[in-house]
Design a protein around this ligand. Structure first.
Ligand code: HEC
Length: 479
């Protein structure tokens, strides 16, 4: 992550937020505390901690040995404990392969054993520091679709190190069990949309080199109301598309801008907010629909559930471009594909759960805000996108079932650059009378490399990137 520069601060006119206008689900029960957060997942010392040991000349030259000179195991002995084909390649492919491939946005092609052995100190370091794979919700909290890819197993670094120490043996190609591809695309989409025109990112923001957040209004072209039953991104430039957040809005509520083909700068995501107010959101007229990053799977809604799109709705695609093109970005024409239906039961809406109106004191290293509400209705929870800004460290969503707390999504390593929608295999059933809660912890002190204002200032709730948010955007159906 580029962390050494100041994050961009965009001071924009305040936009009235329907999220704060007393939405029934939001605003009650917030309570601030500066109490240190409970220690959750451990990141304790590990037998192979390379984080303090940068690659030495010796270790690099050792791993520079070409394949042919390496041990491949002899037929007489049992062969090396770990080989590239049997053990390392599938492991790396599963957890890193969605980005670290030729033409992908991650640095280096990890399908190549020489690259992996030479790069292993940095890989081990990045896994220990929990930068890679980019942090995601803890599957111990609750399994979600794709968890087996997003979280590296505890012995990932030990195995990689042991293989390198053993001379990075290739083993036999016959031992290679291919990793099943991620079902990123839909089998039978019936609607595809694309950006209004090919867009070449300019990466011209000096405060945020190599990154660009751009929003495009994308028309669906349908004359009748329809329902989204499944969706998946269509990625054109894999070396540029870092992640996508998809929204729906009424066409009239979209912020005005000059050149619709070129989109508009939208790091602040102010378009969450339509002009329609609270009713709009609860009626499902605006809001986030999906957040995607490489390695996320296509979304299918369970049963006959779907998201309603009216003729006067448009999609807004927020593209986060990251320059993986070695300085020569080509025009991108990404889009989204959908499985649609004329009707759906139940209707899925996006409901934000989280505290508002809070203040995070300057210098607070561990500031937590929490929110909870008793649900008056039965509902099903299909998926959740946790959302904070740059100071966010951890989040936790829960609900009560007959008085017992159940975990929904949770992480102690929030990453603004890797926001995902966590979709559950089975929608979670939440009965009327249950409580639902969401809490966030921020680090507004100099120990946070992503600090927006340095030295730190008090940060308030708000939509701008130099303000903070704390929402579990939940895809729910009332039933
Ligand atoms: C979702 C995409 C994605 C996945 C999955 C992923 N990476 Fe990365 N990785 C990136 C991107 C993008 C960069 C370059 C920019 C950056 O540093 O954020 C990167 C950079 C790196 C770097 C160099 C910078 C650093 O932070 O050390 C290493 C090493 C690395 N990745 C290792 C891994 C390993 C090991 C895995 C698997 C366990 C992995 N990555 C999985 C996207 C990914």
């Amino acid at each position: 992550m580029p962390t050494s520069y100041l994050r961009p601060v965009r001071l924009r006119r305040a936009v009235p937020s329907l999220l704060v206008l007393g939405l029934a689900l939001v605003g009650a029960g917030a309570c601030g505390t500066d109490a240190p957060e409970q220690a959750t997942a451990s990141d304790g010392p590990s037998p192979v901690d390379a984080s303090s040991a940068p690659p030495t000349r010796q270790s690099l030259s050792e791993t520079d040995v070409p394949h042919s000179a390496r041990s491949t195991g002899t037929p007489d002995d049992e062969g090396p404990a770990l080989t590239w084909y049997r053990d390392i390649s599938p492991m790396v492919e599963r957890h890193c392969g969605s980005c670290h491939v030729e033409g992908g946005q991650g640095t280096g092609d990890f399908t190549d054993p020489d690259t992996v052995s030479a790069f292993s100190p940095a890989m081990i370091n990045s896994v220990h520091a929990r930068r890679m794979p980019p942090p995601a919700s803890d599957p111990e909290c609750r399994e979600y679709i794709g968890a087996d890819r997003w979280v590296a197993p505890p012995d990932f670094t030990e195995r990689l190190q042991a293989w390198v120490d053993d001379g990075a043996p290739l083993g036999s190609p016959e031992d290679h069990v291919p990793v099943p591809p991620i079902a990123m695309r839909l089998d039978n989409p019936d609607l595809e949309v694309r950006l209004p025109a090919p867009y070449r990112p300019t990466f011209s923001d000096p405060a945020n080199p190599g990154n660009e957040y751009r929003c495009f209004v994308v028309e669906h072209g349908q004359d009748e109301t329809f329902y989204i039953r499944g969706m998946a991104p269509v990625i054109d430039r894999e070396d540029l598309v870092h992640h996508i957040v998809l929204f729906k809005a009424r066409r009239d509520d979209v912020p005005a801008h000059d050149d619709w083909n070129a989109g508009y700068d939208c790091i602040d995501m102010t378009f969450f907010v339509g002009s329609g107010g609270v009713g709009d959101l609860l009626s499902g007229d605006s809001g986030m629909i999906s957040a995607w990053a490489p390695g996320s799977q296509a979304v299918h809604f369970a049963d006959d559930a779907g998201i309603r799109m009216d003729p006067d709705h448009v999609f807004i695609m927020q593209m986060h471009y990251f320059d993986g093109s070695a300085g020569n970005p080509q025009p991108d024409l990404s889009g989204y594909e959908f499985i649609t239906a004329d009707s759906a039961r139940p209707n899925i809406i996006m409901a934000p759960f989280g505290p508002t109106g809070f203040r995070i004191p300057a210098g607070a290293e561990n500031h937590t805000e929490a929110f909870s509400i008793t649900m008056p209705l039965n509902l099903h929870l299909h998926g959740v996108m946790p959302h904070m800004h740059y100071l966010g460290q951890s989040y936790h969503m829960w609900f009560t079932e007959r008085g017992n707390e159940q975990c929904v999504v949770s992480s102690d390593a929030y990453d603004f650059d890797n926001q995902l929608t966590y979709m559950f295999e089975e929608p979670i059933r939440i009965r009327a009378g249950s409580e639902i809660g969401f809490r966030c912890t921020w680090n507004n002190s100099p120990s946070n490399p992503n600090l927006v204002h340095d030295p730190p200032v008090e940060v308030r709730y708000g939509e701008r990137t130099d303000e903070e948010m704390c929402f579990g955007f939940a895809l729910i159906s009332i039933n």
